[in-house]
Design a protein around this ligand. Structure first.
Ligand SMILES: Nc1ncnc2c1ncn2[C@@H]1O[C@H](COP(=O)(O)OP(=O)(O)OP(=O)(O)O)[C@@H](O)[C@H]1O
Ligand SMILES: [Mg+2]
Length: 392
């Protein structure tokens, strides 16, 4: 394909891009957006460097297209032609637009947009390129716990945000708490589609269609939110879950799965496909015993994946339990210990994950340590606190 693809742009602008790119421009009318075929074309390896959505394209449609292009062609930058103000910039960036260009852009403005898109595409290719001699490690990470309210959603959302930040475009988070999932709320998302839509119709067997049903978080993380009603969630079968996880794991390096408490059929189905299990327990006797029982049951079922990460949440909240006692009961060392901290409910209530905010509290450091276990090449977390919180 060409270096630049313009859609609904006026002749002068097309001319400027032609000058800046040495004539390597294809100009299409707005009708190119009509049937969704464009996304299929952009998914090809020779996708253009730049897609310019001109003044003839409705702004809402431009933003929707940008979000989809970000998923199917992460090395392609989308530029929208509009008079920019700070609010519009914010909305555009959240949607996945890389640049806004004034309808009166000068040749220098156009050249600068093209230079930025080139630099970005090169950076993306460097990140996405496999390390020579090694296949990229694809991971399906299931976050589970025997009991409710122990921090699964907190850990799953932060882990996913951390992995997405470490490798842009790499991560999708699936809310498999099919009845009462609250991933969307923990990420302050207002999704258009949720789990039931992502497993129905064409989305259930076409990865390109499936990607248009994902919800994009401002960090670039893609999300399959839980259903907004328990009845709709109940309609999602374990076979649906199997197909969804299989498809997503072919498209994303990291598939993070949040689950309902205990071992539902949906959770067991995800575990059959998991490379990693993050098993969470609380700092109390029933919590620790439940954790031990769940490990035993999963071991008997042959569903303990090779990557196991034992996380104790809410440590330091009293109750007379020492970490050594917990490890003795579990018969295994704890990998990450997260203390009780006010920053966590604050983050839950505002919908801003701790790893998006990047604070220095011990829970943030512990969560960074968990990200590091799954993506060791990611930037090392700042701060220490090894014994109190984080890697052990
Ligand atoms: N380390 C912590 N310190 C303080 N509060 C915490 C901590 N971890 C989790 N919480 C709070 O506990 C509540 C439950 O957390 P979360 O929703 O992550 O648990 P869950 O296991 O997903 O629950 P459920 O089983 O209902 O899905 C949230 O309000 C969260 O803010
Ligand atoms: Mg939860």
């Amino acid at each position: 394909m060409s270096t630049v693809l313009t859609i609904g742009a006026d002749g002068d602008l097309v001319e400027r891009f032609a000058e800046a790119s040495g004539g390597d421009v294809v100009a299409l009318g707005v009708e190119a957006l009509a049937d969704g075929g464009l996304l299929g074309a952009l998914a090809a390896p020779d996708a253009p460097l730049l897609v310019v959505l001109g003044a003839e394209v409705d702004l809402d449609e431009s933003f929707a297209v940008a979000g989809n292009v970000d998923v199917v062609a992460p090395s392609t930058s989308v530029v929208v032609v509009a008079f920019a103000d700070p609010d519009l910039w914010m909305e555009a960036m959240r949607a996945g637009v890389r640049d806004l260009l004034s309808p009166h852009a000068t040749p220098a403005d156009v050249a600068a947009v093209l230079t930025r898109a080139t630099a970005r595409a090169e950076a993306r290719r460097a990140v996405l390129a496999p390390v020579p001699g090694s296949a990229p490690t694809r991971r399906v990470v299931v976050v589970a716990s025997p009991k409710g309210g122990v921090g699964k959603t907190t850990v799953a959302t932060n882990l996913a945000v951390g992995l997405a930040a470490a490798e842009p475009g790499s991560t999708v988070l699936v809310d498999l708490d099919v009845q009462f999932g609250d991933v969307a709320s923990a990420l302050a998302l207002v999704p258009q589609y949720a789990l039931p839509e992502a497993v129905q119709g064409a989305a259930s067997n076409d990865p390109l269609v499936l990607k248009t049903f994902l919800t994009r978080h401002p960090t670039g993380l893609q999300v399959v939110p839980g259903s907004d009603s328990p009845a709709a969630g109940d309609a999602v079968t374990p076979a649906d879950v199997a197909r969804l996880v299989d498809m997503l794991s072919r498209e994303f390096r990291y598939v993070v799965v949040d689950t309902a408490p205990g071992l539902s059929d949906h959770t067991l189905t995800a575990l059959e496909r998991a490379t990693d299990l993050v098993l969470l327990g609380s700092m109390d006797v029933p919590g620790v015993r439940g954790l031990r029982k769940e490990m035993d049951v999963l071991g008997e079922l042959g569903l303990l994946p090779r990557g196991r990460h034992l996380v104790l949440n809410g440590a330091g909240s009293g109750g007379g339990l020492a970490l050594e006692d917990v490890e003795k009961t579990l018969g295994a060392p704890l990998d990450v210990v997260l203390p009780r901290h006010d920053a966590v409910p604050l983050s839950t209530n505002t919908g801003v994950p701790l790893l998006e905010k990047g604070g220095k509290d011990p829970v943030t450091r512990g969560l960074q340590a968990l990200v590091q276990r799954l993506a060791p090449h990611a930037a090392a977390p700042r701060g220490r606190g090894r014994r109190k919180a984080g890697a052990r």
